[in-house]
Design a protein around this ligand. Structure first.
Ligand SMILES: [Zn+2]
Length: 44
């Protein structure tokens, strides 16, 4: 039962950066849908 739940989360599609379409980590939810690279470029 527990393994089914883990598989469910593992099979979730990774977030994609709206700028470069690269997969981004879920840990940056507060930044919206952009990857670190695009956020960095915006900062500069
Ligand atoms: Zn990006």
């Amino acid at each position: 039962m527990i393994q089914n739940i883990l598989d469910f989360f593992r099979n979730l599609p990774a977030k994609q950066c709206v700028e470069c379409k690269k997969p981004i980590a879920e840990q940056h939810e507060c930044y919206g849908n952009k990857c670190d690279h695009c956020l960095g470029v915006k900062d500069i």
